[in-house]
Design a protein around this ligand. Structure first.
Ligand SMILES: Cc1cc2nc3c(=O)[nH]c(=O)nc-3n(C[C@H](O)[C@H](O)[C@H](O)COP(=O)(O)OP(=O)(O)OC[C@H]3O[C@@H](n4cnc5c(N)ncnc54)[C@H](O)[C@@H]3O)c2cc1C
Length: 315
């Protein structure tokens, strides 16, 4: 049985994981989406954060990288499981059974840091979309794209950044956007031309054409004149943003979040919750407020797990 399971790999889950390993607790952190960082990763990766104590200014995606590195640098760090959503928690003798999208786990304590809910990529919504293994929603490493023909769908910062990045390794990069103007930083949009990315706008994707699990081409339609184009592809990368699905655990909640005690215990004994998923009088839904909550919750969990231990306060 684990000592602690943390549900959610946003900034609060990552920081709580660091604290848990500093307290020598053994356990697992589950993140339901394909990447860590929660809102920082999904909603504002390029935004500068300027209200963290002593840091000055840091880009959100760089801060996520630092939080992941910090927790991984501890030799007895928690196991971090990406793409594993927690579906249910149920009381068992001495703790809880945690059911994820991949299996069942047992733990004495749970810390919920699910924030706004699980982020998942917004899909194209074409009937055969799930059939193709070369239709992707994120880019993990550049090697497989070497000398390939790629089409990026979308017009925001991440779509434009990915098109520019891939242009350095691919034989051909296309970007298809349904509006006349990109919603991305102008310098990145200007780079598309320098990087010889072929731009199709305003175009909408009409069909995905392939055999078995291999997508071979896509057909796109111009939105203002009657014109279809077919683009041969080795990979398509969809960048339509994210949607969130809130977690529904059997906990006492109000409209603004899960109700917690002053030590962040929920209505279920030994289930704690911190960060944007909780609400109490005076709660501020930002990072520093949540980090303080993590300190209190992890300290309390350690005290309960190890009543005779001299609990550390500084590290
Ligand atoms: C545009 C914008 C700008 C902001 N700027 C600032 C700022 O400058 N400074 C500041 O302090 N705060 C800022 N915030 C607020 C800050 O981002 C949040 O307070 C913070 O992200 C909360 O962290 P969290 O870990 O509680 O939740 P989230 O960031 O929402 O992360 C929750 C994580 O849990 C995962 N998850 C959810 N359900 C499950 C499940 N069932 N199983 C597994 N994983 C699950 C999600 O996929 C997600 O990764 C900003 C917010 C927004 C929207």
């Amino acid at each position: 049985m684990e000592e602690i399971i943390i549900i959610g790999g946003g900034p609060l889950g990552l920081y709580a994981s660091t604290l848990a390993s500093l307290h020598n607790l053994k356990g697992i952190l589950f993140e339901g989406s394909q990447s860590f960082g929660g809102q920082l990763d999904s909603l504002y990766p390029e935004k500068d954060i300027i209200d963290l104590p002593g840091i000055g200014r840091i880009r959100a995606k760089d801060y996520v990288r630092d939080l992941v590195n910090q927790t991984m640098s501890n030799p007895n760090h928690l196991d971090l499981h990406l793409s594993e959503e927690v579906k249910e928690i149920n009381p068992i003798e001495g703790g809880y059974k945690v059911t994820t999208s991949k299996g069942d786990y047992e733990t004495k304590f749970i810390l919920i840091t699910t924030g706004m809910g699980k982020f998942s990529p917004r899909k194209i919504n074409l009937p055969n979309e799930d059939q193709f293994s070369n239709l992707l929603y994120s880019v993990n490493g550049l090697e497989k794209f070497h000398s390939k023909r790629v089409c990026v769908l979308g017009g925001g910062d991440s779509a434009v950044d990915i098109a520019n990045m891939l242009s350095h390794v691919c034989s051909e990069v296309n970007i298809v956007h349904r509006r006349n103007d990109f919603r991305a930083q102008q310098n990145s949009v200007d780079e598309l031309k320098n990087n010889r990315v072929r731009v199709f706008k305003p175009y909408l994707i009409k069909s995905l054409n392939g055999e078995g699990d291999t997508l071979k081409s896509i057909t796109i339609s111009h939105l203002e004149v009657e014109r279809d184009e077919t683009l041969n592809v080795d990979y398509v990368i969809v960048q339509y943003g994210n949607i969130t699905s809130p977690s529904a655990f059997p906990l006492k909640s109000n409209k603004q979040g899960i109700e917690v005690s002053t030590t962040f215990e929920t209505s279920l004994p030994n289930v704690y919750a911190i960060g944007n998923c909780v609400y109490y009088d005076g709660k501020v839904k930002n990072l520093t407020c949540g980090f303080g909550e993590a300190v209190i919750a992890i300290t309390k969990i350690d005290q309960k797990l190890n009543p005779t231990k001299n609990i550390p306060i500084h590290f």
